[in-house]
Design a protein around this ligand. Structure first.
Ligand SMILES: *Cc1c(COP(=O)(O)O)cnc(C)c1O
Length: 427
């Protein structure tokens, strides 16, 4: 048996193994379509009887190689790239839910996901109950209904930096016969592999650390292959009963552990079409080749910045799970022993205007609507993403009016600290 390769090797080499005389570097197959010699071969592809490429909306060699790398990093049976993280989250849920169904999600999740679940899925007839991830297993269990199809959480929440108790969430999901879906964008598989703790499906915004250079928007859905859909056949008819749009084929019977992702491509990509361009997949792959080097540096720098801010008297509070006093510190030690990520949040003593003065005084650290790339950046939700809200409405949305989200990059940490120090001195 082939020896299982380690994380660093997978980051550099997984997904693309060139044969004799083929390009060493993953080629960009910038073609919408693929040619066949006769009608029957093409017909077999359409019937899912044979594997092969015919149209890039469904499959493309560049995209598939990068998806295979991410599947290897997460320890899954397969993965599918999407055109954004939002598309990945939507597909992961919509692949097993339809109008009349229900999901349960932690309320400590990315704002875009909160909106997708609370507003847009509702319009499609899928309801979501949000729960506090600190609640007891029993209390979270009360949110489940007979039509509940999934439980959802983020390994490390954006922007709150809260760590998910994955084992607890997996137990709750499984005791109700549904899969646990985890958004693992912030830690990346370098710092946490949720499948090892019982998660069934993992999603990513590859826009963040995986790309790491802010060059492409993308997402990914990874399947562990561990959830037994057949054991819950009446909950998941889409996977366990014949699909009329595929000549009565049943995904679990025809594809086994690949059932969930095959359905996701064959139905959702076919009908909704959120694929990335092969060129974007190529850029993502360049980022992945150094993921194992960048992530530890992000964590190291963020730890230093968090400690510096926590010790400064002008700072009111800091949230970073690497700080011993942080409410997520114990969970971080269990799930993220090598560090969480480069993102932290903090508040300055003063009001909304204090935060604005601080941010405007920064020089190296840039104000951008982004997180998790090589360059250090900040965002003040109260002045930017949530600027239409009053202080009271902000608190209701779980965003403190003074919250500054700092995404610590991989520059020299002394330069980052110098910049923060000079901006604090201007308050
Ligand atoms: C950014 C982000 C998303 C959404 O991803 P896009 O690529 O921007 O669509 C989802 N989850 C988390 C945790 C994110 O940070």
């Amino acid at each position: 048996m082939e020896q299982k390769q380690r994380m660093a090797t997978l980051c550099v080499q997984a997904g693309w193994t060139p044969k004799n005389g083929e390009p060493r570097v993953l080629p960009i197959v910038q073609s919408t379509t693929f040619k066949y010699d006769n009608t029957e071969e093409m017909a077999d592809l359409f019937d899912l009887k044979k594997e092969g490429y015919f149209y890039t909306r469904l499959q493309n060699p560049t995209n598939d190689a990068v998806a295979a790398k991410i599947a290897a990093l997460e320890g899954g049976v397969g993965a599918v790239l999407t055109s954004s993280g939002q598309a990945a989250t939507f597909y992961a849920v919509f692949n097993i839910c339809e109008a009349g169904d229900h999901i349960v999600a932690s309320s400590e999740i990315y704002g875009g996901t909160y909106n997708l679940f609370g507003v847009t899925l509702k319009k499609l007839g899928i309801e979501c109950t949000f729960v506090s991830q600190d609640a007891s297993e029993e209390d979270i269990g009360h949110a489940f209904r007979p039509n509940t199809k999934a439980l959802f959480g983020e390994t490390v929440s954006n922007p709150g930096c809260k760590v998910l108790d994955i084992e607890k969430f997996a137990r709750i999901a499984h005791s109700h016969g549904v899969p646990l879906i985890v958004d693992n964008t912030f830690p990346t598989p370098v710092n946490c592999r949720p499948f090892e703790w019982g998660a069934d499906i993992v999603t990513h915004s590859t826009t963040k650390y995986m790309d790491g250079h802010a060059t492409q928007v993308g997402g990914c859905v990874v399947d562990s292959g561990n959830f037994d859909w057949e054991a819950q056949a009446d909950k998941f008819p889409g996977l366990c009963t014949p699909d009329a749009s595929y000549h009565g084929l049943t995904y679990t019977k025809a594809f086994g552990k690949a059932a969930y992702l095959t359905k996701l491509v064959a139905q959702l990509m076919r009908d909704l079409g959120s694929i990335p361009s092969p060129h974007n997949a190529f850029l993502l792959n360049l980022g992945l080749e150094t993921l194992h080097l960048r992530v530890p540096r992000h964590c190291e720098n963020a730890q230093r910045v968090a400690e510096f801010l926590a010790a400064d008297e002008r700072v009111a509070w800091v949230r970073y799970s690497g700080l011993p006093g942080d409410e997520s510190h114990a969970l971080a030690q269990k799930y993220l022993p090598q560090g969480s990520c480069g993102v932290l949040s903090f508040g300055l003593k003063g009001d909304r205007a204090t935060a604005v003065r601080f941010m405007d005084a920064l020089r190296l650290v840039a104000i951008v609507t982004h997180v998790a790339d090589a360059r250090t950046c900040v965002l003040h939700p109260a002045s930017h993403t949530h600027r239409q809200l009053s202080d009271e409405q902000l608190r209701e949305a779980g965003v403190a009016p003074d919250l500054i989200r700092l995404s610590v990059g991989i520059e020299d940490v002394e330069d980052i600290l110098d910049d923060i120090r000079q901006a604090l001195d201007k308050l």
